[in-house]
Design a protein around this ligand. Structure first.
Ligand SMILES: Nc1ncnc2c1ncn2[C@@H]1O[C@H](COP(=O)(O)OP(=O)(O)O)[C@@H](O)[C@H]1O
Ligand SMILES: [Mg+2]
Length: 285
């Protein structure tokens, strides 16, 4: 099996792959293939003139953005500016009225639900509020995508669940009910579930919102940690400026349906745009 069954050919396959995946990139590297860390950078996700409206509400208006392989990019912007919409467009939960959204070079806007299944399998999505199933144990929550997308047996699933819970610093909580956990722990369970299928792209929607500073800091550290350990590309949506400056290689500011500013944290800090300075200083929401 070639280690690049990814959409568009270059392969989303970074990070360690659990065994027993059905049709997934295997651990083996084809002779002649460069090791993953030498694969060229490139663009993982590209918005090209994307428009999205709900009725008369124009949310995205010709948005252009390129997300680079293995970077952690944070999207900042006021409440209702379209940050969550942007993430949902990447996984095809929403469709643009115009423009393209390329994931590994493939325009996903025209894809059917069945075709999107293949794309989503390679993307981890940590939804706002973690969105755990309260009727399932923590272990079954994390196992869910493995049962949906692979033919791994129970033993392998159990091992993988323990492995990813370990990665987020949660050992021995499989049997607990999600409602028995703190907000910070629930987020980490959501994150364990998001990385269960070894995605190479992780989308975080407001990962620190609602957490106390200590737990927020744990999540910030985890975002950096996973990026390093798994070699993933991360897109973080937040209005938490501390988190943005802590985790980001680049920060993009969404305003009036487009990316109004884009750069490293240092570059943004030096931005001459008044709205950027106001936002960073917390003078506007
Ligand atoms: N499915 C939907 N139907 C109608 N309006 C929506 C829908 N999703 C988002 N919106 C609206 O689009 C705007 C952007 O939403 P969102 O991306 O969730 O903002 P945020 O930047 O706070 O995450 C908001 O005004 C929101 O009410
Ligand atoms: Mg949102």
């Amino acid at each position: 099996m070639v280690a690049e069954a990814g959409v568009g050919g270059r392969g989303l396959g970074a990070g360690k792959k659990p065994e027993g995946f059905d049709g997934a990139p295997g651990g083996r590297v084809e002779p002649g293939m460069p090791p993953p860390e030498q694969v060229e950078g490139g663009i993982v996700v590209e918005f090209h003139g994307a428009w999205k409206a709900f009725g008369r509400l124009q949310v995205l208006a010709g948005l252009d953005l390129q997300i680079r392989r293995r970077e952690t990019i944070t999207i900042i912007g006021g409440s209702g500016s379209g940050k969550t919409v942007l993430l949902k467009l990447i996984v095809g939960l929403l469709k643009p009225e115009a423009g393209q959204i390329l994931v590994e070079g493939e325009d996903i806007a025209p894809l059917t639900e069945a075709q999107l299944f293949r794309v989503r399998r390679r993307i981890g999505f940590l939804f706002q509020g973690a969105a755990l199933f309260d009727s399932l144990s923590v272990g079954e929550n994390v196992a869910y995508p493995l049962r949906e997308h692979t033919r791994m047996d129970d033993a392998k699933i159990g091992a993988r669940v323990r492995e990813v819970l370990g990665l987020v610093g949660l050992d021995g909580v499989e049997a607990k009910e999600p409602s028995a956990l703190s907000g910070g722990m629930r987020k980490r369970v959501g994150l364990a579930r998001a990385i269960a299928l070894a995605p190479s792209l992780i989308l975080y929607d407001e990962p620190t919102t609602g957490l106390d500073p200590q737990n927020a800091e744990k999540i910030n550290d985890l975002i950096r940690d996973l990026q390093r350990k798994l070699g993933v590309t991360s897109v973080v949506v937040t209005h938490d400026m501390h988190s943005a400056f802590k985790v980001s290689d680049r920060i993009a500011m969404l305003r009036d349906g487009r990316i109004a500013a884009l750069g490293t944290p240092e570059e943004l800090q030096r931005s001459s745009h008044e709205f950027v300075q106001d936002f960073i200083a917390g003078r506007i929401e």
